[in-house]
Design a protein around this ligand. Structure first.
Ligand code: DCP
Length: 132
């Protein structure tokens, strides 16, 4: 089975742990562990965020769902989003951070900081203010 077919079959059960393992195997099989230092991975991650940004650059605002985008543009978007995720997963692993656990905890902290019972307005500077 090709790797791409396998990825298709996995789509219901992709977990951060699976991606972490795949990235660890990928690096080990190529003897690239020595390059995957925290700083190198962070720079690679930022580079991929740049490539992701280029897809949206100069387009102005785009509709949610990207209904008017061509299929190959959406495939490209998926690739760049994946590069960001994969480097983030790898960086977390190399730093000894359980990303899934940390992210769940952060979601809970966010809910405490921004209670659903309050009302919010957003402002031009991105600040969120609570209204009483
Ligand atoms: N030292 C490396 C190099 C690559 N990768 C993996 C993680 C990313 O998912 C992908 C990045 O590969 P490229 O650097 O070739 O970047 P792109 O796929 O974005 O190609 P390009 O920059 O040519 O568009 O490969 C990795 O784990 N470690």
């Amino acid at each position: 089975m090709s790797g791409i077919q396998e990825a298709d079959d996995h789509h219901q059960s992709v977990s951060l742990d699976l991606l972490k393992q795949k990235m660890a195997d990928f690096a080990k099989e190529r003897d690239w562990d020595r390059f995957h230092s925290p700083r190198n991975l962070l720079l690679a991650l930022v580079g991929e965020v740049g490539e992701l940004s280029e897809i949206f650059q100069w387009k102005g605002e785009v509709p949610r769902g990207l209904a008017d985008w061509k299929e190959d543009e959406k495939v490209h978007l998926g690739e760049e989003l994946s590069d960001v995720l994969l480097y983030l997963v790898r960086l977390s692993d190399i730093c000894g951070v359980d990303l899934g656990k940390a992210a769940l905890r952060k979601v809970e902290l966010n809910a405490i900081k921004y209670p659903a019972s309050k009302q919010y307005t957003t402002h031009g500077d991105g600040a969120v203010k609570m209204c009483d």
